[in-house]
Design a protein. Sequence first.
Length: 388
Amino acid sequence: MEEREKMLFAKQKNFLLTLISGILLIGILAVVPTGYEDAVIYQGTERAVGKVVEVNNSAIITSGLIQSGEQTCILLIEDGIFKGKEIEGVNFLSGSLEKDKVFEVGDRALVTISHEGDAVKSAVISDHYRLDKEFLLLAIFALLLIAFAGKNGLQAILSFIITVLAIWKILVPCYLKGYSPIWIGILITVALTAMIIFFVYGVDKRTLVGVLGSLLGVLTTCILGILFTDLFHIHGAIMSNAESLLYSGYEHLDLTSIYMSSIFIGASGAMMDLAVDITSAVYEVVQKKTDISRREAAKSGMNVGRAAMGTMTTTLLLAYSGGYVTLLMVFMAQGTPVDHILNYKYVAAEVLDTIVGSFGLVTVAPFTAVVAGLLLTNNPKKRKEQFV
């Protein structure tokens, strides 16, 4: 009974430690400036939400599915210094189905208002207002996660928020300032991996096991990503919006290195997941069979790793290729030969992402199992056993 109380106390202590640490990290990251807050194009403007009360489509030029020109809307402003006023806003159409939007009466839109004092100079409609629905979706997800996972769900939410803030407040600004994408990517990945696994286990040997297993996979994908990006002759401009970034005054950026770092950053989540799965499995085995040897514990971890790798590799494939269904449809509709498809630069980039990430998973599984067997077993009589 006393042992059980000690375990409960240790769990509560770990939870409080992770909770306090998470809140502090979120607070620190939230106030850290990126250095890009005062963009010139947004100076002297007011961003507000407006409800569309009238539309004028007479200046829209329609050619089949494509629409160009501009749409004029009368908007009732719902917040900010112009709250309650009706102003005229312009929605510019470029002829792109991907980027253009057309408003109807009753829609809510995000508007950028250029003004001098109380006088409106111009108003440009940015897009449909979606933040309220995004926050609602996140709130439902958070409630469901906490209801199902309890304290672990709350820790997962803290990890999610910290990861978003770390990417936005540290990773992206460092890339824009020209710091080494590879080293910055590694540092951010290591820090986030350690933090997230710490939130899962707290101050525990399992944290060390999970972190070590994950980071070996990250190192593997980093090395292979750098090597095969060069061998595949892939340039970082393959990434979406990369050229727009160059033309915005950031031609000094090393896009290829940024692409290399995206390979191991993108795969790090799956590797972390596999490392935690194996660590937890070995820990449960050891808890149920306290006299288990290190070799037996490691073998149990390896068996779990083999089963998980069968789905994890496919998970990476689906994650990377899910957004390219229309591209595959274009290839099939045009009758493009498979050898041509696989040889295209943008397809080869996805192949590289998937296979290199899978290499990392294959590395994570056995290493995590061995480390878990070494650190989580408590059988002093069999300390000298060797692993097979």
